[in-house]
Write a protein that binds this ligand. Structure first.
Ligand code: DCP
Ligand code: MG
Length: 450
């Protein structure tokens, strides 16, 4: 077995996977300079894989004449950049940038409208390849996932580090796109590592070096520290993770509440979260991006209602129900908020999904302008256990019966046969997206349609 002859200080070549001698700068076998060495190389098994410039890479793959050109994927109804290839990024183009700014920065760029169906298909291919490596794959978005490769060495005949390098090669050869790999002992640092040397990166952060490495990094590296929270920390004179490492937990919690505990642990490289393969496939959701941003409840309610009905229809079709209702919002600056509530019993009823979603939504109406609204249910189970006649709330049982009658009418005469007051958009101002105009699977969040 390769691991037995391979010493971590010697490492291996990422291009031909041949074991190396320590000290050499190029692979003795193929001459490649892409050698991987690390004292914990054959010990670590938690990985994060993220495809490079995903949408743009797929378009370049399908049109080789674009290979050396700057490519921007975006435009469409909102006129923002979805992603840009690394050539366009050198010129300053970034995701979420208004298209006119991107073209100012890189006037020679080729602009391509997103083809979500194609990206979703490629995303599924990539995911299937990951699932062939280990059952513990936790997708985070269309092009990234955590993988736990613990205990797979016998199956593959090689340690996780080599399995991952072989995966990157196969991805390039079989799918025609590239990815970056981060290998570590916890999720937080695996994700940090994959981001470290993009594109075609392979970075390792071992346990022994974690705190030293983190000490030098800005606080924004910590999962959950966005611009707003970073400026709170900045006001308190905290800019580097090393400063958090010197503070005790009680002090951090006193200052920053529950976030204080996260700061305490992550700044020390302590992250106990496990890779969970279930999370993704066990939810049904629907979401819409608006033509214009909305901050008022009245504008969001009709959309929430229409999406709740869509989720309910999907659940009913698949004979499923869910116990947790999840609300998702994306603000105009692309920050994602998810809020969830567990129900007493699983549901598949649009009415219960909607009313629960509405309770969650009310709390998020704080002047923030939203560009996307989504609703879904998680913790799925068979629909047999759903919505038992509620002895206390007889009204809810009546509503369930009414919903059943509406479903029957829609089956017979089509969707538009029955509309609720909410989907008519009672009293709403502005113009939310039409309920029929639903987005393709959201790429930044691990929701999946059934
Ligand atoms: N995406 C989007 N809008 C954003 C960010 C991303 O539509 N604001 C889409 C386009 C990306 C895809 O999601 O191709 C994956 O997102 P990533 O953040 O992984 O970005 P990329 O894969 O494009 O680039 P990177 O190489 O930095 O991972
Ligand atoms: Mg990516």
């Amino acid at each position: 077995m390769r691991a037995a002859v391979n010493h971590p200080d010697h490492g291996f070549c990422r291009d031909c996977l041949t074991p190396q001698q320590s000290g050499v700068r190029r692979c003795a076998h193929c001459g490649s300079p892409r050698l991987v060495r690390h004292p914990e190389l054959y010990k670590l098994h938690l990985a994060h894989i993220d495809c490079d410039a995903f949408y743009a890479a797929v378009e370049k793959r399908d049109n080789p004449s674009l290979k050396d050109k700057p490519v921007i994927i975006g435009g469409g109804k909102r006129g923002v950049v979805s992603t840009a290839c690394y050539i366009a990024r050198i010129n300053g183009v970034r995701s979420a940038m208004p298209m006119f700014k991107a073209l100012e920065a890189c006037p020679e760029a080729v602009v391509i409208k997103p083809n979500m169906e194609k990206y979703a298909r490629v995303g599924r291919e990539v995911r299937a390849m990951m699932q062939a490596l280990t059952p513990l794959v936790e997708p985070i978005s269309i092009d990234e996932a955590f993988l736990d490769l613990a205990g797979t060495e016998r199956l593959h005949g090689m340690p996780p580090a080599l399995v991952l390098a072989r995966f990157s090669q196969a991805l390039e050869k079989e799918v025609g796109i590239t990815a970056s790999v981060g290998l570590s002992y916890c999720k937080f640092l695996a994700k940090v590592a994959s981001d470290f040397r993009k594109p075609r990166g392979f970075s390792i952060i071992g346990e022994a070096e974690a705190t030293g490495f983190l000490a030098e990094q800005p606080v924004t590296l910590i999962w959950g520290v966005g611009r707003a929270f970073a400026s709170v920390l900045e006001r308190d004179g905290i800019r580097l993770i090393g400063q958090l490492q010197k503070m005790d937990q009680a002090e951090l919690m006193r200052r920053y509440g529950s976030m204080g505990s996260r700061l305490y642990h992550l700044s020390r490289g302590q992250d106990e979260r496990v890779v969970s393969a279930d999370r993704d496939s066990k939810s049904v959701s629907a979401e819409t991006t608006f033509d214009m941003d909305h901050s008022q409840l009245d504008d969001l309610v009709p959309v929430l209602r229409a999406l709740s009905e869509k989720v309910s229809a999907r659940l009913k079709k698949a004979s499923l129900a869910g116990r947790t209702v999840v609300l998702k919002l994306k603000s105009s600056d692309f920050r994602i908020r998810t809020r969830n509530r567990q129900l007493g019993d699983p549901t598949r009823l649009a009415d219960r999904i909607f009313t629960t979603g509405l309770e969650l939504l009310r709390k998020e109406i704080d002047g923030t302008r939203y560009r996307l609204l989504g609703i879904g249910v998680a913790d799925l189970c068979d629909s047999g256990k759903a919505d038992p006649p509620d002895l206390v709330d007889t009204l809810s049982h009546k509503r369930a019966l009414a919903e059943g009658a509406m479903d029957a009418l829609r089956d017979k005469f089509g969707r538009s046969a029955v509309e609720t007051g909410y989907t008519f958009g009672k009293g709403h101002r502005g113009k939310p997206a039409r309920p029929g105009e639903e987005d393709e699977p959201e790429v930044r969040h691990p929701w999946e349609r059934i």
